[in-house]
Ligand binder design. Structure first.
Ligand SMILES: *[C@@H]1O[C@H](CO)[C@@H](O)[C@H](O)[C@H]1NC(C)=O
Ligand SMILES: *[C@@H]1O[C@H](CO)[C@@H](O)[C@H](O)[C@H]1NC(C)=O
Ligand SMILES: *[C@@H]1O[C@H](CO)[C@@H](O)[C@H](O)[C@H]1NC(C)=O
Ligand SMILES: *[C@@H]1O[C@H](CO)[C@@H](O)[C@H](O)[C@H]1NC(C)=O
Length: 530
């Protein structure tokens, strides 16, 4: 019975492969797997940490009333361009005195005086600041505290979301989409000797240029940019226009941190300037980093609370272009090696998206992608595993998965693949031409037809190989999720500037009070950007 069916399916399949090519040609879309993952990973700390090189840009909306946090040495209400965190624990990392001894760890941020207080946060985080005359005593000593500011969005914010770990100041490609596509290679490189400094990773320059673009090219229709590092953050161009101040509180004075080495987080990035440094990255120690990482990892699956909605109907991604995004066998996509004409082409698409599109989606394509991932993720990894000892068992498992799509009075492989692949798509959208709709349909079709092919194979190894190639093609980040972490543990993956290569390859449950402590192995991120 089984072998008869296998032969039938096998021959039907070879027929269907020929005809599929023409009938679903309009479905065929390059990089559908990557575009699927762009949608699935968006606004998620987990997927965006693993697929950390974003090459896509979305319109994003944050509803009025959403609360945000800002950490600084200054209790005064901020005006102008500054930085906002979605989680207070993220902002608290920067709520510290702006004079006085640097935080523990590498002397990477000298906190030069910045008397007007403007852009202090951006500098503090990323900039050595220009050399300054010695501060007068009053400024020097008046406050040795940090402040946590709380603000609420005064209106719906309209933002550009730059996907991946786009606030990670690395050389691994996390900044490509900003530095090359948005800024055409004009971000000044960090150099300890170069003057004037524009900050490690050119962060101040980047923020300024983004707000200039918002004002000029985007005709004032964008309020800021949304990015991710260890936590999601916004560079907001006008605090006084877009925010309602709620409160300012003084944070606990960090006495321990004045000691050496232990006690405070070190968010400032450079692993002590020693690029070959082994062991834990900076930021790995102490109760502050534990507080920070607990908050950040609670957003692995979603920023939560509908605080951000993306427009999935229309977004810009380099994956939809005929670029070679994987130079020299790069595993993650890069944009830096493309020509400036290619960057300009993407930048014009962004501008036309900004000027012509509504910020809201007509359909939540991420929710659809989620249904596909949750339905097949465990099924596929189980089918590829040792659990299946013989072919019959595997075939039975595949049949169970596909049976809802089979008319047993009239087998038709092509029909079955199509029924299976449209299961999760909204019916009215099945002919939809949007990139999201086509990519999801394409990926679902690849899954369903690969399962039919695996069912037609007559050797266990061949059948499983089909499933394994499918897993490689899909590259879902769910397959790296930890299982069974205890309630005092978090699943640890490299989040700039922390983590090792082995955390990337094989994330593990770790004690949440010291998530990156006691790590052996080479830092995943290597040296600082620039
Ligand atoms: C120091 O703190 C007080 C109140 O806490 C504030 O009024 C003053 O402006 C602060 N000084 C500086 C230099 O930030
Ligand atoms: C981008 O940079 C290139 C080379 O540096 C330059 O030739 C080009 O005019 C720039 N394009 C824009 C739009 O500024
Ligand atoms: C920054 O440095 C990179 C690599 O070191 C180089 O390719 C790039 O051209 C530099 N950019 C500028 C604006 O100097
Ligand atoms: C990228 O730029 C190169 C050089 O300017 C050009 O030949 C190529 O056609 C561009 N690629 C695409 C997909 O536009």
């Amino acid at each position: 019975m089984h072998s008869f069916r296998q032969i039938t399916i096998g021959s039907l399949l070879s027929l269907s492969i020929c005809s599929t090519a023409s009938s679903t040609a309009d479905l065929t879309i390059q990089n559908a797997n990557h575009i699927f993952n762009v949608i699935h990973d968006s606004m998620r700390q987990w997927g965006s940490s693993l697929h950390h090189n974003g090459v896509s840009f979305f319109l994003a909306t944050v509803p009025a009333g959403t609360q945000f946090y800002h950490g600084t040495s200054n209790p005064g209400i901020v005006s102008g361009m500054e930085w906002l965190a979605f989680e207070p624990e993220h902002a608290m990392v920067f709520a510290r005195p702006h004079r006085g001894p640097p935080p523990p760890g590498p002397p990477d941020d000298n906190d030069k005086d910045d008397r007007n207080g403007h852009h202090e946060e951006l500098r503090r985080r990323h900039d050595e600041g220009p050399p300054q005359p010695p501060p007068d005593f009053k400024d020097f000593d008046e406050n040795d505290s940090g402040y946590l500011h709380t603000y609420a969005a005064a209106k719906d914010l309209r933002l550009i979301y730059i996907d991946g770990m786009s606030a990670g100041k690395t050389n691994k490609g996390t900044l490509d989409s900003q530095d090359y596509v948005l800024f055409n290679g004009t971000i000044e490189n960090f150099s300890k000797d170069k003057k004037p400094h524009r900050g490690p990773g050119g962060e101040y320059d980047r923020a300024n240029k983004a707000c200039e673009m918002a004002k000029n090219e985007w005709e004032g229709s964008i309020d800021g940019v949304l990015r991710m590092e260890a936590g999601f953050e916004i560079i907001l161009c006008s605090f006084e226009r877009d925010l309602t101040p709620i409160r300012t509180t003084q944070v606990k004075k960090d006495t321990k941190a004045r000691g050496k080495g232990k006690g405070g987080p070190k968010p400032h990035g450079t692993p002590g300037g020693d690029k070959k440094r082994k062991g834990p990255g900076p930021g790995g120690h102490g109760p502050d980093s534990s507080r920070w990482m607990r908050a950040v990892t609670s957003r692995y699956d979603s920023i939560g609370g509908n605080r951000v909605s993306l427009n999935y109907d229309n977004f810009v991604t380099a994956f939809s272009h005929d670029f070679n995004l994987f130079p020299e066998e790069s595993i993650l996509p890069r944009l830096a090696h493309l020509s400036s004409l290619n960057w300009t082409a993407l930048r014009s698409e962004i501008t036309s998206m900004v000027l012509s599109q509504d910020s809201k989606s007509s359909w939540d394509w991420q929710a659809t992608a989620d249904m596909i991932v949750t339905r097949y993720s465990d099924e596929l990894s189980s089918m590829a595993s040792e659990k299946f000892a013989d072919l019959k068992q595997l075939h039975e498992h595949i049949e169970i998965l596909l049976s809802p799509f089979i008319d047993y009075s009239k087998r038709d492989i092509q029909e079955e693949a199509e029924r299976c692949s449209t299961q999760f798509l909204p019916f009215q959208a099945q002919d939809e031409k949007s990139l999201a709709a086509r990519s999801l349909h394409h990926v679902a079709h690849t899954i369903c037809s690969t399962l039919l092919e695996a069912w037609a194979e007559e050797k266990l190894s061949l059948s499983q190989n089909r499933v394994r190639s499918l897993i490689t093609y899909l590259d879902w980040t769910t397959w790296k999720e930890c299982r069974g972490c205890q309630d005092n543990e978090i699943c640890v993956v490299p989040i700039w500037p922390m983590g090792t290569i082995s955390d990337y390859d094989n994330p593990k449950c770790r004690d949440a009070s010291r998530p990156y402590d006691g790590e052996d192995g080479e830092s995943y991120w290597g040296g600082m950007h620039g």
